[in-house]
Design a protein around this ligand. Structure first.
Ligand SMILES: CNc1ncnc2c1ncn2[C@@H]1O[C@H](COP(=O)(O)O)[C@@H](O)[C@H]1O
Ligand SMILES: [Zn+2]
Length: 362
């Protein structure tokens, strides 16, 4: 990450604000979390100790509070983390740590997503990559961590049509062999690179074989044409959708498509503000969709890189948009209907109801 100053020392105004308030345990359902973007400070320390020769410091893997980076710089950060996470042992540790951390934050249902990577130097294959994440999910379950976890295999748009198709095949294999732990396919990666048109056959195939589709759409302003195309599939959920509506350069036709299919949006406040696609919390498109009553789910995106957690995202939404406890409860409850695990929804609704009295006592 030469040329980018990624060393910061500022303490967050938000963190100090948060210390004065009760912890929020509304954060029961996390639907948009990239595995390698979710790696915490303590896990990074363990990885750095395993690979001292890389000379990586924590300041290079996280964007602290009060700091902002361009989206492009955020993608440099992922490259650094990928250097640190390049063996099966690393993936296992990272995935288990991330799952435990979400559980400690009160998350009861987690959908993780990650891009299978092949690493020639360590012999890691894409198949082993996915198997290792699945193993981490199973180990956490066996160890009694109080959280249900499902997995979305991610397609990095940068890698083009052929890799996308291979990834879909891999995801389909795992959907069939993991007893429902692999539930879907994610499309992510640098939105400035590649075009969704080339990935359409792969995404269509994924949809046809029963994988749920969560697509990063209109994360940057220049993607209106691509979004028109991808919304025709249609996806089962949308990541960000920052520039879909007309006020920000999208169009009514895009909004109408999203509305027609009632496609839920995964909204990540801190990620968008720190990545500078949204100018401030109060300007976040959460308000546009929320006021419309459209299904919108608060998510972290990359809790490690953006130094946040799901409780913090709920608190941010509450303080920014003046949401009541009842509003927060409803928001958190509605997230259940947007999950890719219909088999669990009834059980989750029950769990949420059991948790409700403890929430209102805070
Ligand atoms: C900030 N907004 C974002 N927009 C688009 N893609 C993102 C992203 N944040 C993360 N990723 C995607 O997730 C990968 C890291 O996790 P995994 O190695 O897959 O676990 C990144 O390389 C990128 O492809
Ligand atoms: Zn994302």
């Amino acid at each position: 990450v030469s040329g980018i100053d990624l060393h910061f020392s500022h303490q967050s105004t938000f963190i100090s604000r948060r210390q004065n308030t009760s912890p929020s345990w509304w954060s029961h359902g996390e639907l948009h979390a990239h595995l390698n973007g979710s790696v915490s400070f303590s896990t990074i320390e363990k990885l750095v100790a395993r690979k001292p020769h890389l000379n990586i410091e924590h300041g290079m893997t996280a964007i602290r509070s009060g700091q902002r980076r361009t989206l492009d710089e955020c993608f440099q950060v992922f490259k650094v983390i990928h250097q640190l996470v390049d063996t099966e042992e690393d993936i296992l540790m990272v995935a288990k740590d991330v799952i435990r951390e979400f559980a400690a934050d009160g998350v009861k249902y987690l959908e993780l997503r990650s891009t299978p990577r092949k690493e020639k130097t360590t012999g890691m294959t894409k198949r082993r990559y996915v198997e290792t994440v699945i193993e981490a999910i199973r180990q956490c379950k066996n160890e009694g961590v109080d959280i249900e976890v499902r997995f979305l295999v991610a397609v990095d748009r940068r890698n083009g049509a052929e890799v996308a198709m291979e990834t879909v095949k891999l995801a389909e294999d795992f959907m069939l062999s993991t007893g429902g732990l692999v539930v879907g396919l994610d499309l992510s990666g640098d939105p400035m690179v590649g075009h969704g048109r080339d990935l359409l056959p792969a995404l269509q195939k994924a949809k046809n074989c029963g994988l749920k589709l969560s697509l990063h759409l209109s994360e940057v302003p220049s993607q209106a044409d691509e979004s028109e195309l991808l919304l025709n599939i249609p996806p089962d959920r949308i990541g960000h959708g920052t520039f879909l509506h007309p006020e920000v350069g999208g169009s009514q036709s895009l909004v109408d498509k999203v509305r027609k299919h009632n496609t839920p949006l995964e909204l990540c406040l801190t990620s968008n503000v720190k990545g500078q696609t949204v100018s401030s919390y109060s300007q976040h498109h959460f308000l546009y969709w929320y006021q419309m009553g459209h299904p919108s789910v608060l998510c972290t995106d990359d809790k490690g890189v953006f130094c946040t957690d799901l409780s913090q995202e709920y608190q941010l939404a509450a303080s920014t948009f003046n949401l009541s406890q009842e509003d927060m409860w409803t928001l958190s409850q509605k997230a259940i209907d947007c999950t890719f695990a219909p088999d669990l929804q009834q059980q989750l609704h029950q769990k949420w109801l059991e948790l409700r009295p403890t929430l209102f006592q805070l």
